[in-house]
Design a protein around this ligand. Structure first.
Ligand SMILES: Nc1nc2c(c(=O)[nH]1)N[C@H]1C(S)=C(S)[C@@H](COP(=O)(O)OP(=O)(O)OC[C@H]3O[C@@H](n4cnc5c(=O)[nH]c(N)nc54)[C@H](O)[C@@H]3O)O[C@H]1N2
Ligand SMILES: Nc1nc2c(c(=O)[nH]1)N[C@H]1C(S)=C(S)[C@@H](COP(=O)(O)OP(=O)(O)OC[C@H]3O[C@@H](n4cnc5c(=O)[nH]c(N)nc54)[C@H](O)[C@@H]3O)O[C@H]1N2
Ligand code: SF4
Ligand SMILES: [Mo]
Length: 693
């Protein structure tokens, strides 16, 4: 059997791999794809273990006693499972209306699946209730980029440009753990004399290798960015020609940042005024320079404005649209970029169109063969939908595809209670996740090496996911499931379960939109090692670099947006005196439903460890590897302590790859993006004597 070239199932780097069948299983090797160039992280190297894993879901599962979620799950045939689901959808919609049935999607789904899920909810269910886990991931940076640039493509340039930048500011980004093969671009820059500044409350592996590490209190990045813009104004470091010719709205930002004096910002953030000055001077004079944000800056109840403040700084210094220079956000999930373009967002139609835009509705309805008036209106964002599950006017029958919200949603005990209040829960997954374990019906789905489709990586490069092996006999793709359900709902004629046909339709639906895929074919992706959107026609080369000539805004200019610091929704006080922040470890992925089953990863990192400063630990009588209880207003969880002299003494970091961190997190939402405050809430700690948990 020949080797198949495809991509890693996990993160947005989408490293190229080859899969070669062996006597038992598959051999997985990195390929020379232009993104990873032969590199892979530990998760990628071991991904083939997922394929024939003994925990694989191999048949649909239903409850032994229908309607009783405390009765055990038993194996069932597809007919039985699909019949049950479609019956419950129909009866719920009859009794409570179309919006009583909804879906929660994921940024790991291929473009074809994400597109079909958005269409399935609007066309087969005729419901407005759909959103997805990308709301918890990219929504803040996306909102800021949309309002300033008129487009949200995470990186507006290819990764290779990072190697050519002389100054790189990484804000709340830890690629050394989150995307190790991407470090080759940063390393190449450093080898050529580039200087990197990392803004992170922890001294991460990324920070350790950088020129300068700035260590702000979590939730104060907006003040930091405004402080840098303030210094740029005072020291005459602005790019006035760029501001005049290519932007609007700077005066409001100048006014807003006037009060962000360096010593005030030092007090707010903990970053010294000298380091503030050094940082902005480097960005302004050691060019090309870029500012990259990731979840550390964005996952806050002011995440949109925080991303905006960094974007404002990049515009004020005239970095945007120049070679190897600019502002970007580092997208996280495998198809986190494509997954936010084609309609699984509550307010969105394919091609990054707006569901409330009459022209967009008309275009997409025509492609779908329906009347535009049949399209529902925008629905609620992810957490808002979850918060209302099972209530009057809320969703009562929920389909979850490609997310493990019991582990990954904020205020997870509340979310679990809401899931338990549903009339009916359907979860499609590869393995029985913590969320699937609550379901009335569990559907076994195919995974990366068992399916064809496309993924769009963090650079906006559309890639081919290629099938290397047949799925187990009773396992179906999500496309097949949605088509079969649509058939049972009398809407089957609108759907296809062939990914190539779906992609052809996606091209038409996206044509003329912001994320325009019209000119991208599977053949071109093959021949060109990926095609960058927008690509409006087959003879268009695709767009590796955006903003070189203008911005896709009404007047072609980028818009500054005035933003002011706000404290995190929850501040430390006497009862909860420290700040809890959360994030990632290198060896685990997201909710861990995949990577916690990979033996070498779990041996390397068997449990969640909360990181705290040795001084803080000593004050509470906690030693390294002791058990520590973290308590917030929402819940408590026990972690093993990891003493880390590189973290701020007022801050505790906990990974969210296991049930625990999200029992603690604050679901306060950003008013613009509806992003929860994963990265800052108030926490208390106490030692736990061994043997008492
Ligand atoms: N190993 C691994 N890699 C992954 C993933 C995974 O689960 N595991 N997930 C993928 C996905 S979906 C995503 S979104 C990306 C995320 O990639 P990153 O955003 O790089 O990862 P995080 O660990 O969530 O957050 C980055 C850093 O933000 C810091 N931070 C916390 N609070 C603040 C703050 O208020 N301000 C600042 N400046 N920094 C703060 C944390 O200490 C952390 O080091 O990773 C992708 N890659
Ligand atoms: N405290 C805290 N919480 C966080 C974050 C944080 O930094 N801190 N980060 C947030 C971020 S950035 C993200 S992206 C989310 C991620 O959190 P989740 O949405 O829970 O992400 P995954 O664990 O990747 O869940 C994907 C699930 O889908 C399954 N799956 C994989 N491929 C497919 C497929 O093709 N079809 C179907 N049906 N299933 C599939 C996997 O087995 C897995 O169970 O977590 C968020 N939660
Ligand atoms: S960096 Fe991301 S895409 Fe690359 S091997 Fe690791 S998890 Fe896979
Ligand atoms: Mo993410």
């Amino acid at each position: 059997m020949p080797a198949t070239a495809t991509h890693c199932p996990y993160c947005a780097l989408q490293c190229g791999i080859t899969l070669t069948p062996e006597r038992r299983g598959m051999r997985l090797e990195p390929s020379d794809f232009p993104v990873n160039k032969g590199g892979l992280c530990a998760k990628g190297w071991t991904a083939a273990e997922l394929l024939d894993h003994r925990d694989r879901l191999l048949t649909p599962l239903v409850r032994k006693t229908p309607g009783d979620r405390s009765s055990p799950l038993r194996e069932a045939g597809w007919d039985e499972a699909l019949e049950l689901i479609s019956r419950r959808i129909k009866s719920s919609q009859q009794a409570y209306g179309p919006d009583s049935v909804g879906a929660f999607g994921g940024g790991g789904l291929t473009n074809e699946k994400a597109y079909t899920l958005g269409k399935f909810v609007r066309v087969a269910l005729r419901s407005s209730a759909i959103d997805y886990n990308g709301r918890f991931c990219m929504s803040s940076a996306a909102t800021a980029a949309n309002r300033s640039f008129g487009v949200d493509r995470g990186l507006p340039f290819p990764l290779e440009d990072i190697a050519r930048a002389r100054t790189v500011l990484l804000v709340g980004a830890n690629p050394a753990d989150a995307m190790p093969p991407a470090m080759q671009y940063l390393d190449a820059g450093r080898a050529n004399g580039a200087r990197h500044i990392v803004v992170d409350p922890r001294r991460t592996a990324t920070a350790a290798g950088s020129y300068r590490h700035l260590q702000p209190l979590p939730g104060t990045d907006l003040a930091l960015a405004n402080g840098l813009t303030h210094i740029a104004v005072r020291e005459g470091l602005l790019d006035s020609d760029f501001i005049r010719d290519r932007t609007t709205g700077f005066e409001a930002v100048r006014a807003a940042t006037a009060s962000y004096w360096p010593d005030r910002v030092e007090r707010m953030t903990g970053v010294s005024a000298d380091h503030l000055r050094e940082t902005v001077r480097m960005l302004a004079t050691e060019r090309p320079a870029m500012i990259l944000t990731a979840r550390g800056a964005e996952q806050h109840s002011n995440g949109t404005d925080t991303a905006q403040a960094w974007l404002n700084l990049a515009l004020a210094l005239g970095l945007v649209g120049r070679d190897a220079s600019g502002y970007g956000t580092i997208t996280g999930q495998g198809n986190g970029q494509g997954g936010r373009e084609h309609g699984q967002k509550a307010d969105q139609l394919p091609g990054y169109r707006r569901l409330d835009d009459p022209a967009a509705r008309a275009h997409v309805a025509a492609v779908w063969g329906i009347d535009p008036d049949e399209l529902p209106r925008p629905g609620l964002s992810a957490y808002e939908m979850l918060d209302r599950l099972g209530t009057d006017g809320g969703v009562r029958v929920l389909l979850v595809l490609a997310s493990n919200i019991v582990v990954s949603a904020p205020h997870a005990n509340h979310v679990t209670n809401r899931l338990n209040a549903l009339d009916f829960l359907v979860v499609s997954d590869i393995f029985l996740s913590e969320t699937a374990a609550l379901a009335d019906v569990v559907l076994p789905t195919s995974q990366f090496a068992e399916e064809d489709g496309t993924m769009t990586n963090l650079e906006g490069r559309v890639l081919r996911r290629r099938k290397a092996v047949e799925p187990p006999p009773e396992v179906r793709t999500d496309l097949e499931v949605m088509k079969a359900l649509a058939d049972r709902l009398g809407r089957g004629r609108f759907f296809s379960d062939d990914p190539r046909a779906v992609f052809a339709e996606l091209r038409r639906a996206s044509a003329g939109g912001i994320a325009d895929y019209a000119g991208i074919s599977w053949e071109r992706i093959e021949a060109e090692e990926g095609v960058f959107w927008p690509c409006p026609a087959e003879d268009h080369p695709g767009t590796p670099r955006l903003f070189t000539d203008g911005f896709p805004t009404a007047d072609g200019r980028a818009k500054f947006h005035r933003v002011e610091h706000r404290d995190p929704a929850e501040m430390p006080d006497r009862a909860y005196p420290y700040v809890l922040t959360t994030g990632r470890n290198m060896q685990q992925y997201q909710s861990g439903n995949q990577t916690r089953r990979v033996s070498s990863l779990t041996v390397a990192l068997p449990e969640a460890r909360a990181e705290l400063h040795p001084d803080l630990a000593r004050r509470h009588g906690i030693g390294d590897s002791d058990l520590v209880e973290l308590r917030t207003r929402r819940g408590r969880a026990v972690f093993r302590a990891r003493l880390n002299p590189g973290i701020r003494p007022d801050t505790i970091f906990a990974p969210f790859h296991w049930v625990g961190a999200n029992l603690l997190t604050d679901p306060a939402l950003d008013p613009h993006s509806r992003m929860p405050a994963f990265k800052a809430c108030a926490v208390a700690i106490a030692p736990v004597p061994e043997g008492t948990t």
